[in-house]
Ligand binder design. Sequence first.
Ligand SMILES: O=C(O)C1=C[C@@H](OP(=O)(O)O)[C@@H](O)[C@H](O)C1
Ligand SMILES: C=C(OP(=O)(O)O)C(=O)O
Length: 420
Amino acid sequence: MRGSVRAPPSKSYTHRAVLAAGYADGATVRNPLDSADTRATARAVEAFGGTVERGDDAFVVEGFDGRPDTPEDVLDCANSGTTMRLTTATAALGSGLTVLTGDGSLRSRPQGPLLDALADLGARAESTRDDGRAPLVVGGHIDGGEVAIPGDVSSQYVTALLMAGAVTETGVGVELTTELKSAPYVDITLEVLRDFGVEAEATDDGYRVPGGQTYAPAGGEYAVPGDFSSMSYLLAAGALAADGELTVLGARPSAQGDSAIVDVLSRMGAPLDWDREAGEIAVSRADLAGVEVDVGDTPDLLPTIAALGAAADGTTRITNCEHVRYKETDRVSAMADELGELGAVVEEEHDTLVVRGGESTLRGGTVSGHDDHRIVMSLALCGLVADGDVTVEGADHVDVSFPGFFGTLRDLGADVTEQA
Ligand SMILES: O=C(O)C1=C[C@@H](OP(=O)(O)O)[C@@H](O)[C@H](O)C1
Ligand SMILES: C=C(OP(=O)(O)O)C(=O)O
């Protein structure tokens, strides 16, 4: 493989910018990610009374100005946890009831702590099956207050409360009752809020957002940076299989914790150069060595690092990963099962995944993508080095965050065949 490629726009920033534009009078979101997940957030903004015109280079959003309508129909969040968490808090601002649901994966993911927090703030926030999972029924009206919430299930609860809290009367204070996992995602939220002219801050025990604020980005526009989680697959592909240089464009520094992939790959021994000002990362192939990585801040990197570990010499130990079990699928167990299927020696503990790699151990085979975009993309990486073809089932799920993934791999020189 070799060549240069532009990273897809960030999914996390696109979700936030589209919803922030919804909370505003409106805004133009430049360089948005147009994927299944971000379309779910766009649909939610429309259900709450806004409009989203999706063009090639921009989404033009007319907002609902901090006062969401009661949706005419059930809100289908599809596969997107971010959409469901962030818009559950939006629904608590309205006067009527909103019903939120999603696909089988999303209906299995935990929403209980956010429902409890919204109920503590005075909303009606229920799980129809009373198990803390969607379908959810949520209605208002919250006008602010203090709330306590655990931080070790999903940081998206905090993001949801801060984004909605800004348009409540009195604001919202969030006290974390445990350590916060995935903390850089809240930093992304604070960055987007700041860029939309909304004040919010970290406090000694959590976060606080004053109420009565108006969302409005400078010049009515917001530009989305490149996505470091998506870049992780491209950079890993380069480290595994680029005989010349593979360059990823659109890699300017931002609040994304997943830029840690650059450090992980360097520690594994990949020759890598990040020109931060130009936003370009160049990488080429090397024999990789196993490393220890704490993914407390970077859960979405676990599948990528596990796949790299299977191709690296020695042991890769991924720690602090319990929260990675609450994603589209239990990604700790999914990667353990599928890498094992390809011949890697993997040990799974509740909070740790150990991969004993060595390129020669990876063989071809057919593996399940677990209907999870990140599992699909990570297993595809194994195909670049395995001794035989790797067939990944359910490959169309890349549409969730990186619709052009396989075409991009092919453009860079990988041999990719799609089967119906
Ligand atoms: O807020 C976000 O944009 C995200 C937060 C993370 O989830 P958790 O906070 O649930 O770990 C991450 O895994 C997800 O892909 C996107
Ligand atoms: C977990 C993810 O997203 P979400 O929580 O929005 O479904 C992801 O993209 O890996």
